[in-house]
Design a protein around this ligand. Structure first.
Ligand code: SAH
Ligand code: SF4
Ligand code: F3S
Length: 449
């Protein structure tokens, strides 16, 4: 076994997935190998999330599992990366004896140094946040594939009152437009067909006067066969220019993740979301006018402090009006250090659970109806591979990120685009027939998979 085998597990948002690839890039440059198997590793890293309490509890559970491994292999180094490292800092080391290393999101460049400290039997702690670090010059390590995540900015300056992210990720800063475009060129040459540009609020992107719409145009121009997606847009800063840019480029997906959080202006104010529901609905209307066939997804929090039944009903009403394609729905979880933590968490647990399940049920119903309404319609699908259930069927995603399943054929390759006609739908999946196969450069599907 090599001395430098790293095993890394990732939790939390896509930004953490992208960061793990940056971490692997840095470690590979320093002579480390990546292993898929924790038992083979002499370093185990967990890239963690702090956004809700249950996210952290999961990590503590995992640390419990690794304890056994560490007992069997005393030299094993166990490290915490990501948002929990930043939130809890050295408390993690003091409370969890098996943790040797705590490195926050802006200190990954120095990870090899901290690892050396840990190899020498001391504790490696690097939790400084930076106003400038964007890992601009680091090439992330990515396996070959079709879809890539790419962080275009880091941090968040919004300070929504419930949220730990501004504390764990620090201040907003943008990566340079040129370096992003260069990375996309390389991905295109490697056969990637979809890039998702990531930031906690991509609409605040700013590289010496180039805004997010400029960045999106530049990225879309690299390769017309490459789909460009992005997340997340804060409703306060979504500009008309951005909407026109999305409408104007075929390969920018007509899909906007626009978290509403609550349908009540009173609650939005307590959350410091800085928009009203009227402003939000205005944006939705405008986007629908400017971008034909645009679809939306959202994030919703149930049971924020002070939320009344009336506030909750307003959230359901907004969902009915917008008719989101999809939603990420959460129970409010108090986070130490945030402003909302000082508010009384006065919505009883069973009420939170009830409201959340009403929100989930409504979304399920809307998704089902929206998908049913697509029956008979044609969609362009990027072919990703075999369907999970049968190798007689292929699977891909539509422009609006819906999974479509259709019969396999020798002519259709992974990474190519096909036109399909929808013939059936559930709330999560579309079923379709193939209408046309577009000539493509993609690899042959591995027919024995
Ligand atoms: N920057 C993104 C989201 C980051 S966190 C945005 O502003 O939309 C992802 C989602 O987690 C948030 O949109 C919110 O819905 C949810 N979330 C964040 N903090 C939370 C908390 N303390 N309790 C419950 N949900 C929370
Ligand atoms: Fe958190 Fe608000 Fe920033 Fe999103 S915009 S990361 S919810 S503080
Ligand atoms: Fe979680 Fe940090 Fe992302 S708290 S949601 S991993 S930014």
């Amino acid at each position: 076994m090599s001395k430098n085998n790293i095993y890394i597990e990732t939790y939390g948002c896509q930004m953490n997935l992208a960061d793990t690839e940056i971490v692997m890039g840095i470690l590979k440059n320093n002579g480390y190998e990546i292993t898929q198997n924790a038992e083979d590793a002499n370093v185990i890293l967990i890239n963690t999330c702090s956004v809700r309490d249950n996210a952290e509890q999961r990590i503590y559970g995992r640390l419990g599992n690794f304890k056994t491994l560490k007992t069997e292999k005393p030299g094993l180094v166990v490290g915490i990366l990501g948002c929990m490292a930043e939130r809890l800092k050295k408390d993690l080391i003091e409370e969890k004896k098996i943790v040797d290393l705590v490195v926050g999101p802006d200190e990954y460049r120095r990870l090899p140094e901290y690892l050396n400290v840990a190899f020498n039997g001391e504790k490696g702690i690097g939790v400084k946040l930076s106003r400038t670090e964007t890992y601009d010059d680091i090439t992330p390590y990515r396996e070959d594939g079709l879809q890539a995540w790419l962080s275009v900015m880091r941090g968040c300056d919004k300070f929504c009152t419930y949220c730990v992210v501004p504390f764990t990720r620090g201040r907003e800063r943008s990566r340079s437009l040129d370096s992003i475009v260069e990375e996309i060129k390389v991905l295109s040459k490697r056969g990637f067909r979809e890039v998702t540009l990531l930031g906690q609020n991509v609409n605040s992107y700013n590289d010496n006067g180039s805004d997010f719409a400029d960045l999106l145009s530049a990225c879309a121009a690299v390769d017309p066969k490459m789909r460009i997606r992005f997340t997340t847009s804060h409703p306060q800063d979504l500009s008309d220019k951005l909407l026109y840019t999305i409408a104007g480029k075929e390969n920018i997906c007509n899909y906007i993740h626009l978290p509403v959080q609550s349908g009540s202006n009173r609650i939005l104010k307590l959350m410091n979301r800085t928009y009203t529901i009227e402003h939000y609905m205005g944006l939705i209307e405008k986007a629908k006018k400017i971008i034909p066939d645009v679809s939306f997804s959202t994030d919703i929090i149930a049971g924020f402090p002070g939320e009344t039944l009336e506030d909750h009903l307003m959230t359901l009403e907004v969902m009915r009006q917008v008719r989101y394609d999809g939603a990420y729905m959460f129970k409010y979880s108090p986070r130490e250090g945030t402003k909302a933590y000082k508010m009384e968490d006065d919505v009883p647990e069973e009420t939170k659970v009830k409201r959340l399940s009403e929100i989930i049920d409504l979304q399920q119903k809307i998704s089902h109806e929206l998908n049913q309404s697509l029956i008979g319609k044609e969609e362009i699908v990027l072919v990703e591979g075999f369907s999970r259930k049968s190798i007689e069927f292929l699977s891909g995603r539509t422009d609006s990120n819906k999974v479509a399943i259709f019969p396999r054929s020798e002519k259709i390759k992974e990474g190519s685009y096909v036109k399909v006609r929808i013939n059936g739908a559930t709330s999560g999946t579309l079923f379709a027939d193939v209408v046309e196969v577009y000539p493509e450069t993609g690899e042959n599907l591995h027919l024995t998979a």
